[in-house]
Design a binder for this molecule. Sequence first.
Ligand SMILES: [Zn+2]
Length: 212
Amino acid sequence: MLGSSDAIVSTASLMIGVAASSATREATLIAGVAGLAAGAMSMAVGEYVSVSAQRDAEQADIAREKQELVEQPQAELRELSLIYERRGLEPQLAQQVAEQLSAKDRLAAHLHDELGIDDTTLARPLQAAGISALSFALFALIPIAALLVAPASLREPVIAALSLLSLALLGALGGQLGGAARLPAALRVTIGGGLAMLVTAGIGRVFGIVAG
Ligand SMILES: [Zn+2]
């Protein structure tokens, strides 16, 4: 669902704005495809930058932990066993667990139980960027598909209607997944998206008159 409503709102608003300026169907379609590409790239860059920062912080934590394990192994073992004590183990058992896990893979035990880092949670900037871009592109296809099926005289209302319907469904689904009420979640995103489309339609119409 990552960026799904962003993709629908921004692409639909862009296309409705262009269509409202009395641009041709082809120009509106090009605007939609350009909006899809621009949005997907911008999501990818934003995600890459933010997940890279997270990865840098993780790498710094891992480097510090490695150094501490070399410089003060006894204190680190004690630290690990205290973590298990705080989770409810008896001191003697906690000490045993710490020793056995350390014997197996000392660094992994510390990363997992002290820092909450393991192979499955490591930040992956490129992967995150790809998923964001793909997700944006998929949802941006909704208003583009709406233009393709709409009769020429109804392209703006059809783009708006299909986009708002998708937003309502996504909003309801998001509300349900989050355990919240579905109706308010659906209404918020639908009203917000509708306002965005109205604003760009107005701007497109005014510019179409002024420039045309
Ligand atoms: Zn440690």
